[in-house]
Design a protein around this ligand. Structure first.
Ligand SMILES: Cc1cc2nc3c(=O)[nH]c(=O)nc-3n(C[C@H](O)[C@H](O)[C@H](O)COP(=O)(O)OP(=O)(O)OC[C@H]3O[C@@H](n4cnc5c(N)ncnc54)[C@H](O)[C@@H]3O)c2cc1C
Length: 503
């Protein structure tokens, strides 16, 4: 590839129409390249799907958006119409309601530290709010230290610095005769928050991303911080509308989509990526290939990580989602998101992350109740989605687990069963079908420390002109992170290996 060709128009083949891949495609098209997306299913969005029946509609992937700045930037950089002209974003307030194992409840206001402090003091007892508030200050420092390398910049070549150094400024904790510092989220809970409900609140942020708080590094403090600082957002009509808007932006920028096109392998010529071969044998030549799929979904020849590179994340769970069609309207003032915490934390974590993964008897359940007339057939109805992590495998017992989740959700909505018209269970197999990820595994965002276990492979691969985008590459899973991976890959292709981030 000559410098001339890099600067001029290149043919770019993108594998998969997930959110990361589409973000890269739109940006590359705007830079003047000819971009074609090869998607094995009949639609775009990957995990970001919708289920519709009898006038009810539900997101089956993420139901909320954090860090909307990432998608605002995508829309600013790829056209005239800003994000808000293409979708309606609604701040979710309270950002979450929590029902703890002991029956205590608290609603946390959106993006307000003072509001969270007083709500916690009132619900959990004096002093708890201050401890959470102090934690948020330390979480902010962690965010400031990791925002650039773990969200806005390509993975550092000396990434081991990120793997080894814990950026969370933990508080020295005297234990017996030794002074120790929290290294895991569970230790932050036990030693700094010192209240089982605050610990559950903290740990639920890790669990929502499929992470075991007992071994998740304290640097995961950025997860609650991101929500706290930048708010939690609903996309009117469902998050699938965001996928539609990104797809339409791609089409407006003349990105070509080929649906029903499963890529079997990446072609190489003279040691460089040179195109893709589809499962039906069709060959599409390209100057660059961008792969937005899970490890193993496409054969990438020599692109497997070599010594000294970050291997893909392993062992992450999937999700079980139960979609509930209810009679009776959504009550005024109902929280959009309620987390009903597990009665048996240890049991739940052992089931999910222990040696013999299985379905927890007492799952932590996230209840989403969008205030959206578009998701129901009429005023006297409500559409609710329940989600809980489950091991990533093709398993059994999901109907029984769905019943347990409904029973758990009744702690937040006592008349739930009496109002139920029907329910639909979405399993890890459905997620695997939508994304191609084995067992329906869902990748987590990149986090520092933990020996690099939670970092992701870099966007540049071992094969020149082959780049990786989306939740399984740097900076990892989740809508904002995958969106950023699109910006990073576009930067690396357009500006070359010297590209150091766009923010
Ligand atoms: C149930 C659920 C809940 C979630 N909750 C949240 C949340 O609360 N917050 C959050 O931020 N994120 C959440 N996520 C994760 C988030 O949806 C993803 O990280 C994000 O959408 C990024 O996706 P991606 O770019 O990696 O593409 P993916 O969604 O993984 O899509 C990959 C695409 O590639 C296609 N593909 C695969 N193999 C091939 C092939 N060989 N040839 C052609 N195409 C192929 C697939 O069909 C698919 O369209 C959730 C995910 C799920 C499933």
């Amino acid at each position: 590839m000559t410098a001339d060709k890099v600067a001029g128009m290149a043919r770019i083949a993108v594998i998969g129409a997930g959110m990361g891949a589409m973000a890269a495609a739109a940006r590359l098209a705007v830079a003047g390249h000819r971009v074609a997306v090869y998607e094995r299913t009949a639609t775009y969005g990957g995990a970001v799907r919708r289920f519709e029946r009898d006038g009810f509609s539900f997101d089956t992937g993420p139901g909320l958006l954090s860090l909307p700045a990432v998608h605002r930037d995508l829309f600013v950089k790829t056209g005239k119409e800003p994000l808000e002209a293409c979708v309606e974003l609604v701040q979710v307030d309270p950002s979450s309601h929590h029902v703890f194992a002991d029956g205590t409840r608290v609603s946390l206001p959106n993006a307000s530290r003072a509001g969270a402090v007083s709500a916690l003091d009132e619900a959990l007892g004096a002093g708890t709010g201050q401890r959470w508030g102090d934690f948020l200050v330390r979480a902010r420092e962690t965010w400031d230290r990791t925002r650039r390398p773990l969200l806005e910049e390509p993975l550092w070549p000396n990434w081991s610095v990120l793997a080894e150094r814990e950026p969370y400024p933990s508080v020295p904790h005297k234990r017996l005769l030794r002074t120790r510092r929290a290294g895991t989220l569970a230790e932050v809970g036990a030693w700094e928050l010192r209240d089982p409900r605050l610990t559950a609140l903290l740990e639920s942020h890790a669990l929502a991303y499929g992470l075991d708080p007992r071994v998740t590094p304290a640097s995961a403090a950025v997860l609650p911080y991101m929500e706290h600082a930048f708010g939690v957002w609903y996309v009117r009509g469902g998050v699938r509308e965001l996928a539609r808007a990104v797809y339409e932006r791609c089409v407006a920028r003349r990105v070509e989509f080929v649906f029903g096109a499963e890529v079997a392998r990446v072609l190489e010529k003279d040691g460089r990526a040179a195109g893709v071969e589809l499962a039906d044998g069709t060959v599409a030549e390209a100057d660059f290939v961008v792969t937005g799929v899970a490890p193993g979904a496409v054969s990438t020849g020599t692109a497997a990580p070599g010594a000294g590179e970050v291997p893909p994340q392993r062992g992450l769970p999937s999700r079980l989602t139960v979609l509930l069609a209810l009679r009776g309207g959504r009550p005024e003032g109902a929280a959009h998101r309620t987390v009903v915490h597990a009665a048996d934390r240890e049991g739940e974590l052992e089931s999910l992350f222990g040696e013999h993964p299985g379905l927890p008897g007492h799952p932590t359940v996230t209840v989403l109740r969008p205030d959206d007339t578009g998701s129901v057939p009429g005023p006297g109805h409500e559409a609710i989605a329940l989600t809980a992590p489950v091991p990533a495998q093709s398993g059994q017992g999901y109907d029984e687990q769905a019943e347990r989740m409904i029973t758990t959700a009744e702690r937040a909505i006592p008349d739930l069963r009496a109002r139920l018209l029907w329910h639909e269970v979405r399993t890890p197999d459905d997620i695997a079908e939508a994304t191609g990820a084995e067992g329906g595994a869902v990748p987590a965002p990149a986090l520092a420390a933990a020996d690099g276990r939670l970092l992701h492979p870099s966007n540049s691969t071992g094969v020149p002109n082959l780049f990786a985008v989306g939740g399984w590459s740097h900076p990892g899973g989740g809508l904002p992170h995958a969106g950023m991976s699109g910006a990073l890959v576009a930067g690396l292709i357009v500006e070359g290996p010297e590209f150091r981030g766009s923010q």
